[in-house]
Structures are given as C-alpha cells and as structure tokens.
Design a protein around this ligand. Structure first.
Ligand SMILES: [Zn+2]
Ligand SMILES: [Zn+2]
Length: 367
C-alpha cells in the first residue's frame, strides 16, 4: 500500500494547495497530479478493445527500469494490460538481481493490482536472431523451467504450462523478415500462434502477410527497455514521433486474463502503432465503422455536403477515388459528393491487412 499512498498523496497535495497553508514548510514547485491518457476507442460490435503491451523489459534482463516503474508507466500511458517479458538468456544485471525468473512479475504484481493494470506473467526466450530467434511466452505459470538449453524444449515447456507464444520482431537486426526452418517448425507444431507485425519502431508488412496466410494472431509491442517517454514522447508534447506507445488491441467481452487469452487464441487482435492499425481485414473494417459516421448536411439535386465524424483517438487517412482526406481524432470533416449516393467506398491508407494492402471500406452516408 505504501506506493499507492504516495500516489494519492500527489493528488491531495495538488488539489488542495496544501503547501500554502504551512508557513514552516512549503513544497516548491507544487507537484502536479499524475495523469493517465488513454487512446480513445469505440465499442466494436459488442466488444471492448483492451489496450495491451505484451513485450517490455526491466532490470531483470537488459531493461533500465524497475518492474514497479513499468506498471506505473503503463497506467500513465493508458494501458489496460501489461506483460513484462524479460530475456531468460540475457540478464546483464543478474549479479545484482536474483536468479528467480519470476521475480520481476512478483515485484510488479502488487502495484499492478492497486492500479488496476492487468499484469500477465511472461518471459522472452532469446536465441540467435536470424536462426532460431526470439519468442515471448505469455500466461505462463512458472518462468524457471522454461530456462532450457534446448530451444524447442524451452518452448514446449511454456506451451505445456498453457502459454500463448509469439514469434518476435521477425526482421530485427536483419535486412528482411525471416521465417527460418526452426520458426516454421514451431508454428507447424502449434507452439507459436502469434507474430509481432510491429516492434518498437519497426513495421514488418511481410509478417502481416504471414499472419493471414498462417492464421497467426497479430501483435504490436513497444519492446521498451528504457522509458516509454524516451522512446515515444509525451502525449501532446508535439515532440513525439507517435502520440501513443505501440499496442496490441484485444477484442473482449469481459475484462479478465482468461478473456484476453481466449481472444488471442481466436485471433481477435489488431496491432496499433504510430497512428496505423494492422491485422485482419474484417476487424479493421469493424473498428473503422464503429469510429467513423457520415451524414448529409446540405446540398442540391447534384452535389451535397457530407459530414464525416471520427469518434476515436485514431486519425484516419483515406482516399475516395483520387482524392485524399485526413480525419483527425475526435474531429469532423466536410466532403462534397454526388447527392444520389447512399454509400461511398473509402480506401483507408493507415490500415493494413497484408503487405501493401489497405481495406476498402463501404460507409453509409445516412447517419
Ligand atoms: Zn527480442
Ligand atoms: Zn524484447
């Protein structure tokens, strides 16, 4: 509870201006409340979209922060679900931490529970990139037995614990996306069911194609080692290259770990990164149509003015025929179209379902 008391203390001190009433001790400068900023997302066909980052590191591998900091940072950056996935095989501070591979999770869990962040137990199995590669095992029960010199046995142990396993950053430190014999075998055996199509600052269109062809669940993740603000900037500062950290959006009907795991198994995810969304074409279409509504404002027999409203935090860039439009988050734009059309087809350029492919979405103009 000590952590939460500190946290609540910020809020009280700043909201009552307590410092000004005490002549013997004044806080200067006055501390600001800690704010959480969420990516606004609509309900989509009865589903809630959870904002998740399933790939982060702490000092228990080669990260630069303590596990409780990851949780507080996750809360501030609007996450609903966080996994800490420290490398099993690469732990430069192991002399100062202990040898228990569950330690980061156990340190973070009480704070996650206090703040209402769902914490998923995970690890990163880390073998030679370009040959065996890196894999995240999520929803594991015990990280220690996954430490096995045989890479297949390591993944099998995780799988036998009920883990959901992803193939991470297929082109990191390489010139192109790779699916090696080992990675193919792990997918064919059913151990690996997910793939990162986005990691930190890298998008892998080829991996997106594999997700469709091989029926893998798509992930977008920060893989953050330092701090999220160093990697992705502060919301609204204008200095960030993206307004929100990369995330996996998970479609659920209930907010609990079982529902999240079930959604991963059913491929009910989209990858969100740098104002782009990638994944299954139907899910992209559903998200877009839940976010954007269009209706006629005025017009004559030939031409009318239609108002397009975006109720989500995701900006949309689309084209109608040869014309391009930008629809900002929580904003409206006006578009001239023929008066007799009931629907219009939008090619949504910041949505991706296959390498080089954007969904063509038919939207009703009768809001
Ligand atoms: Zn990795
Ligand atoms: Zn990693």
């Amino acid at each position: 509870m000590r952590f939460l008391s500190l946290f609540v203390g910020f809020l009280i001190a700043s909201s009552t201006g307590l410092y000004s009433q005490n002549l013997n001790k004044q806080n200067f400068p006055e501390k600001k409340s800690v704010n959480r900023v969420e990516l606004a997302l609509p309900q989509v066909d009865g589903y809630t979209l959870l904002r998740c980052d399933f790939h982060t590191h702490t000092m228990f591998s080669d990260g630069l922060v303590w596990p409780t900091y990851r949780v507080m940072e996750a809360w501030k950056s609007g996450l609903d679900v966080l996994a800490i996935t420290d490398h099993i095989e690469y732990r430069p501070y192991r002399k100062f931490t202990n040898g228990d591979l569950n330690a980061a999770y156990e340190i973070a869990l009480p704070v996650a529970e206090e703040m209402g962040v769902m914490l998923i137990r995970g690890v990163e199995v880390t073998r030679k990139q370009g040959v065996l590669g890196h894999f995240n095992a999520l929803f594991i029960k015990d990280a220690n037995p996954i430490d096995n010199p045989n890479p297949e046995l390591a993944l099998k142990n995780a799988y036998d614990q009920g883990a959901f396993i992803t193939y991470n950053h297929p082109a990191w430190a390489l010139d192109t996306c790779l699916l090696t014999d080992f990675q193919k075998a792990m997918i064919d055996k059913g151990y690996v069911k997910g793939i990162e199509v986005f990691n930190n600052d890298e998008f892998y269109p080829r991996a997106l194609s594999w997700s469709k062809d091989k029926k893998l669940t798509v992930f977008g993740a920060s893989d953050v080692h330092g701090s999220i603000t160093d990697d992705f900037g502060v919301h609204g500062s204008g200095a960030s290259r993206s307004s929100f950290r990369p995330m996996t959006l998970v479609f659920v009907k209930e907010k609990n770990p079982e529902a999240v795991k079930e959604a991963l198994l059913n491929r009910l995810t989209l990858a969100y990164f740098d104002d782009n969304v990638a994944g299954d074409e139907k899910l992209l279409t559903s998200l877009f149509l839940a976010s954007v509504k269009a209706g006629k404002i005025s017009g004559n027999e030939k031409q009318s003015v239609y108002r397009f409203r975006n109720d989500s935090g995701i900006p949309y860039h689309f084209s109608i025929g040869s014309k391009k439009y930008d629809l900002d988050p929580n904003s409206d734009i006006l578009i001239n179209l023929a008066s007799d059309v009931k629907t219009v087809d939008l090619l949504v350029l910041n949505m991706h379902y296959y390498e080089g492919k954007h969904p063509l979405i038919s939207i009703s103009l009768e809001m």
